[in-house]
Design a protein around this ligand. Sequence first.
Ligand code: ADP
Length: 190
Amino acid sequence: MRVLILGPQGSGKGTQAKRIAAVRGIAHVATGDILRAAMAEGSEVGQRVRPIYDRGDLVPDDLMIDLIRERLEREDGFVLDGFPRTLPQAEALDTMLDAIGKPLDAVILLEVSDDVATRRLQARSDKEGRADDSPEAIRNRLRLYHELTEPVVERYGADGMLVAVGGEGFVEEVAAQIEDALIRIGVSSR
Ligand code: ADP
């Protein structure tokens, strides 16, 4: 099964993506995790993205597209989290999945208000101290979501592929709604 999960920062995307992947034994492909690993390793890519990441800006499309292509070619089933974030990334994803014969089965949108998202990110910042959870970077990331990623949501909506799920409840409630939505659109529970 191949699923794309979309939603603003703080929507609980990562948590839900991990769960969907674990239940089905498929890969959780999270671009934020891939970038954090590259930075921790101190690789060339990691050094290049660090200042961009810390500001909460977006890493250039070309670099992200190369990183993700390499990864998706290796995986049959996956939950994709954090990509695509821009229309050029969405176009590149469609083209690459077509080329390797691995179309998406479902696109899930997790919806939360900016207020809830901001509160959750601030709470995470107090706990984990992620560099891009400073108040300025949080504002910047949510602004970029509305400006650049919402058009991606509209694109999948227009394709009729999108199921929206409210993300403001407890983790288990949201998870149950996602499973219901996947069953409704005919994607099996495993
Ligand atoms: P969040 O969704 O809370 O921003 P992520 O861990 O998904 O957290 O992403 C953290 C950062 O990694 C982003 O702010 C951005 O700098 C970079 N990043 C992740 N995915 C992408 C992408 N698809 N395109 C550009 N930059 C990305």
